[in-house]
Write a protein that binds this ligand. Structure first.
Ligand code: ZN
Length: 111
């Protein structure tokens, strides 16, 4: 997971490194001061969703909130991993890779 974060940091032109911690928590978090992101354990059961989650938190160092600007950054960052996102508000309704649906919120029920 750290290498996913490192490459996303590089792609987004973030000038300081970010550390990732996988924790037994309900939701992820990006801490500006400690430059640490937390990703919940449950997100690790699907590798694409795990990448999505790590990328999502790193994108918060470029844009706060989940508005249009954030989504544009996130879409571009996910494209580096070959992942396409369909949104339901701020979060993915579905993730696809090479045209294949690799995560579907209704089907996979991760949260
Ligand atoms: Zn977020």
């Amino acid at each position: 997971m750290q290498s996913i974060v490192d490459l996303t940091v590089e792609f987004l032109g973030i000038n300081k490194p970010i550390k990732i911690k996988v924790k037994d928590i309900a939701g992820g978090h990006a801490n500006e001061k400690t430059r640490c992101i937390s990703v919940p354990k449950w997100a690790m059961v699907n590798e694409y969703y795990a990448i999505y989650y790590a990328v999502h938190e790193v994108c918060h160092y470029r844009a706060l909130g989940h508005g249009i600007a954030f989504k544009l950054i996130e879409k571009n960052a996910l494209a580096q991993w070959g992942i396409e996102i369909e949104y339901s508000r701020a979060y993915p309704k579905a993730l696809s890779c090479n045209g294949e649906r690799v995560y579907d919120r209704k089907r996979d029920k991760l949260y």
